[in-house]
Design a binder for this molecule. Structure first.
Ligand code: FAD
Length: 484
């Protein structure tokens, strides 16, 4: 005999079973978060198998600092998925196909990575699929293909791209979605994060780990802290590397622990002033970098401005090594390179200074700098890194003109006047008076003695002379101008 209550229970169970029948995969990529994740939200109603694939084709281009970040970020994500994240090491397409068969999957969802290689991979995956799939934009405010000039060609200059293309005529960015409520399930095969072997063995990793908190929760906290005390002086303050006026959200954004939409809307909700506008326009620069590599994918390897193909780069190995080690003899440059090594981050102003020095004073092709940054930065990002290096070098879109060469002595004096930043990363210069902090080779012997500095012993002599290296760069530039 079945009573009314049991009958209702049976019907409910049946409905539940029917509505949960669809099994789908969420393929996590650079979207390591649960909130404002369009592909994840689209899967609500399904049973979802969350997976992350480390494809050797991608990991071979990934720097040590990025791998370190990724390890911890995946660990946090897995915790928020109650340990259900499936870690896979192998070829993306093969692994997804195997999983679809072994787990009897009905559909797969993912958020796109706007990088040419990744878009090709998406295309190959789609061609190999025999189940439903859906792809979303979870990483950009505006899709690169939807913003064009009136004549249908892509922008090459930031301001019209941003003001006219994005903000004025473009669609308003999509509002952030709430955290998806989903039913996640485990794959039959057990997996562990350690199998991905992402953690570098080098003891250096401890320093980086002590400086950052990875994961979605920490990303949101970082944004909240920045909105509480930072953005109020962003426009001016963002130039000073010792001050806490920048957000340091870049690695969180790169790995998608937070979306640009969450940042955009939360920031805009704080009001409307020059600091907020300026901060949003920096998010615009991030959009512009992705836009450029989408429309001009050759710039990942070649100069966007082909006039520079004939430039007589010297690419002197010894000088490049001194630059990497922070032993150029120019304190603001060396402090920046030490910050990079010790923290996996470098302040934007200093990125521009060390970049100008490498490309212009040392006559090194920008790709050497890009590769070193890629290995050391926790926010290493194919689009931002490539477009920014080309910008610094003068070979890119809307770039700083080649003939504008940063003077590292003046930059130090203007933006790190009291030497707080420089002395933090070069403690041996702690007792140098301000007057000679950025040009110790000009200090009289007694001043160096008093400060405990022995040039060539505990701080290097300059590896190039500023005036002559500048003139050399300008002469090389004049050569390619003549050839135009
Ligand atoms: P904030 O000033 O708080 O800005 C907020 C966000 O806006 C950043 O997180 C970033 O996503 C974006 N943003 C800010 N400035 C820029 C910019 N100039 N170009 C593009 N996006 C920007 N940024 C990376 O994310 N990855 C890189 O690999 C990278 N390489 C760079 C290499 C060079 C030579 C230079 C000059 C800049 C590079 N940048 C790169 C851009 C910029 O330096 C960093 O995004 C910024 O310093 C990150 O710090 P933040 O989050 O505190 O920035």
């Amino acid at each position: 005999k079945i009573n009314k209550l049991t009958l209702r229970q049976l019907i409910n169970d049946g409905i539940k079973k029917l509505s949960l029948k669809m099994k789908s995969i969420h393929w996590f990529r650079n979207d390591l978060r649960l909130a404002d994740n369009p592909a994840l939200s689209a899967a609500s109603g399904n049973d979802v198998l969350p997976i992350f694939i480390l494809d050797p084709k991608d990991s071979e281009n990934m720097g040590q600092a990025s791998k370190l970040w990724l390890h911890h970020s995946l660990n946090k994500l897995n915790e928020s998925l109650d340990g259900k994240l499936q870690f896979i090491h192998g070829d993306t397409i093969d692994e997804i196909r195997k999983l679809i068969n072994s787990e009897k999957i009905d559909a797969i969802y993912w958020n796109k990575i706007f990088e040419p290689e990744q878009e090709l991979k998406d295309r190959d995956l789609i061609n190999s699929l025999h189940i439903d799939y859906q792809i979303f934009n979870g990483s950009l405010l505006w899709k690169p293909e939807s913003i064009l000039k009136d004549d249908g060609t892509p922008y090459k200059v930031f301001t019209p791209f941003y003001r006219k293309g994005c903000v004025k005529f473009g669609e308003t960015p999509r509002e952030p979605l709430p955290k998806a409520k989903l039913n996640f399930f485990h794959a039959n095969k057990k997996s562990s994060l350690d199998e991905l072997n992402l953690l570098p063995l080098h003891p250096w990793k401890k320093k980086i780990e002590s400086k950052w908190d990875m994961g979605e929760e920490s990303a949101m906290k970082r944004l909240d802290d920045f909105l509480e005390s930072g953005i109020q002086n962003y426009k001016e303050g963002r130039n000073y590397p010792s001050k806490r006026f920048v957000s340091r959200l870049s690695p969180h954004l790169h790995f998608g622990e937070i979306s640009p939409n969450q940042i955009w809307f939360k920031t805009r909700a704080n009001g409307d002033d020059k600091n907020i506008d300026h901060f949003c326009s920096e998010l615009g620069w991030r959009e512009f970098s992705h836009y450029l590599i989408h429309h001009f994918s050759f710039m990942l390897e070649e100069n966007l401005n082909s006039n520079f193909d004939a430039f007589p780069w010297e690419n002197n190995t010894q000088l490049i090594e001194s630059w990497k080690r922070g032993e150029t003899g120019y304190p603001i440059v060396d402090a920046g390179m030490k910050e990079l090594w010790e923290t996996g981050y470098m302040h934007n102003r200093v990125r521009m200074i060390v970049g100008s020095f490498l490309v212009k004073n040392l006559l090194t092709h920008w790709s050497y700098g890009r590769d070193w940054f890629n290995d050391c930065l926790v926010d290493a990002d194919l689009a931002n890194n490539t477009a920014s290096w080309q910008w610094v070098a003068g070979t890119g879109a809307d770039a700083a003109p080649y003939f504008r060469i940063f003077n590292p002595v003046k930059q130090g004096q203007d933006f790190d006047k009291d030497g707080e930043y420089t002395k933090k990363y070069l403690p041996q210069l702690s007792n140098m008076p301000d007057k000679y902090l950025f040009n110790p080779w000009e200090a009289p012997r007694e001043i160096l003695d008093d400060a405990g500095i022995k040039l060539g012993e505990n701080y290097p002599h300059p590896i190039v002379e500023l005036k002559s290296s500048r003139e050399n760069a300008l002469a090389s530039f004049a050569q390619i101008k003549k050839k135009k």
